[in-house]
Design a binder for this molecule. Structure first.
Ligand code: ATR
Length: 471
């Protein structure tokens, strides 16, 4: 009998938690996993949380879904996703929906959507953020796909999504085909940037000023009570306050300092290069992880490249300076991320509403933060803003922060503590406010060696100089 409102294929941690979330919200959930033991485990452990319809065969799973069928795939991204899509598509009928909740690359989502549309099926690529706990208790959900699919799928996703402080579900259809996975990708890129900036703040205050982790945990907790209020600052305070049970040392001191990555930061930067959007905050954060893991270069250089060891005279109230530099740099990183979403939306004709993006990041996801309320207001009051930094409120914040920001970046350079995030964000700020950039000289160089021509400030047209004659 077809009774299930929605189905989940792939019952690893994220899949089972999403299935439980659906069930806890009163939906009848069909569940299937290639290895049936996982399905049995889920039902044994959590079957009493709601109405589950387990199937051992994919045919039975599909048959248990109400029409139009909605099957959400939570399997490994890549080949596994393609394999499951093929199996499901063969069993589905026109009007049915396949939803991919994994971290797929948006180009794959575009390809899959186009192929399934040919078969009359809807393919909804959706970002799901919030980790394991979010999946169970309320993730931020970033769906792409057809407006028609969202009519019946939207209410189900909105029911299980996190709710923003004003009660709005953190789930909005962002646009067709790859729009949802694109926004999730940039969300992850911004997450990289946020984490790098927090890391730099920590490094300056620990290695530079010499504040111990337990005291830093208190500082981050205090910051979390103000305008920096966010999940990642909260997590930072928790990590810094944690003592390693085996050694009694701060846990952060026994963790190897090589940051891993699964690839979404890299994808964000690769795409930004294609679109020509300067996402310097995300790029520096991604490269900083690569530098940390580049053990050959680090080991080869650590004893050779001498310099200051972090000890200089730090300005009075340096902790507050760092807080302001962190906030300003973070705003720059978000501004750049939104520029990338806007550029992709124009390129792929997605019609993404930036206010909806920031609104749905307000709860459930890893970059949830109090200031997303203000970003949402900024885009809603002027969707045509040339940059988030031009929204009056944000102009004021970054402009007011700049004295502290400059002190932090210059002090960090003198102390020999790397701050690629803070420094590149400040350079971006100064780049945007410069009336003349040295790009004029670059155009001259390009014309000199490649006759690439240039434009003049005083006349219309394209010009080339006969450089040999001038010499
Ligand atoms: P996690 O990281 O949370 O463990 P994952 O590795 O992204 O999750 O995905 C694992 C899920 O993908 C599992 O449900 C796995 O099924 P099995 O339990 O049978 O291993 C599923 N999966 C991986 N490859 C698959 C494939 N080719 N066909 C169907 N399911 C597949």
């Amino acid at each position: 009998m077809s009774t299930a409102d929605i189905g989940v294929v792939g019952l690893a941690v994220m899949g089972s938690n999403l299935a439980r979330n659906f069930a806890r919200h009163g939906f009848t959930v069909a569940v299937y996993n290639r290895t049936h033991a996982k399905t049995t485990e889920l039902i044994e452990a959590h079957g009493d949380e709601g109405d589950f319809v387990p199937s051992e065969a994919l045919e039975d799973f599909v048959a248990s879904l109400k029409r139009p069928r909605k099957a959400m795939i939570m399997v490994q991204a890549g080949n596994a996703t393609d394999a499951v899509i093929d199996q499901l598509a063969a069993l589905m009928e026109p009007g049915d929906m396949i939803i991919d909740g994994g971290n797929a690359h948006f180009e794959n989502t575009r390809r899959r959507e186009a192929a399934l549309r040919e078969q009359g099926l809807h393919f909804v690529g959706t970002g799901v953020s919030g980790g394991e706990e979010g999946a169970l208790l309320g993730p931020a959900i970033m769906p792409g796909g057809s407006a028609e699919s969202y009519e019946s799928l939207g209410p189900i996703l909105e029911a299980i999504a996190a709710k923003a402080p004003d009660g709005t579900p953190c789930c909005t259809r962002l646009g067709p085909d790859g729009a949802g996975h694109f926004v999730k990708m940039v969300h992850n890129g911004i997450e990289y940037s946020d984490m790098q900036l927090i890391g730099e703040a920590y490094d300056l205050l620990r290695r530079g000023v010499g504040i111990e982790p337990a005291d830093l945990a208190k500082i981050f907790s205090e910051w979390n009570a103000g305008e920096l209020d966010s999940y990642l600052i909260e997590v930072t305070a928790e990590v810094l306050g944690h003592t390693d049970a085996a050694t009694g040392k701060p846990l952060v001191d026994v963790i190897v300092d090589q940051a891993g990555q699964k690839g979404t930061g890299r994808w964000t930067v690769q795409n930004a290069l294609d679109l020509g959007v300067p996402v310097t905050g995300i790029a520096e954060a991604t490269f900083a992880r690569a530098l940390s893991s580049g053990t050959r270069q680090r080991e080869g250089a650590v004893d050779l490249l001498t310099g200051p060891t972090g000890k200089v005279d730090f300005p009075a109230d340096f902790v507050e300076d760092v807080r302001q530099a962190l906030y300003a740099s973070k705003i720059v990183a978000y501004a750049q991320g939104f520029d990338q979403i806007a550029a992709a939306s124009a390129e792929y004709d997605w019609g993404i509403d930036l206010g909806s993006c920031s609104a749905l990041w307000r709860a459930g996801c890893i970059i949830r933060a109090r200031f997303l309320d203000r970003i949402t207001e900024a885009w809603r009051s002027d969707p045509e803003l040339p940059t988030l930094l031009a929204a009056p409120e944000f102009t004021k914040i970054v402009t007011d922060a700049q004295d502290a920001w400059r002190r932090v970046v210059s002090t960090a350079a003198l102390a020999g503590i790397p701050t690629p995030g803070f420094s590149s964000a400040l350079a971006y700020y100064d780049g945007l406010r410069s009336r003349r950039l040295p790009a004029a000289l670059i155009q001259g160089q390009r014309d000199f060696f490649g006759a690439h021509t240039y434009k003049r400030v005083d006349r219309e047209g394209t010009f080339h100089t006969d450089w040999s004659g001038d010499r």
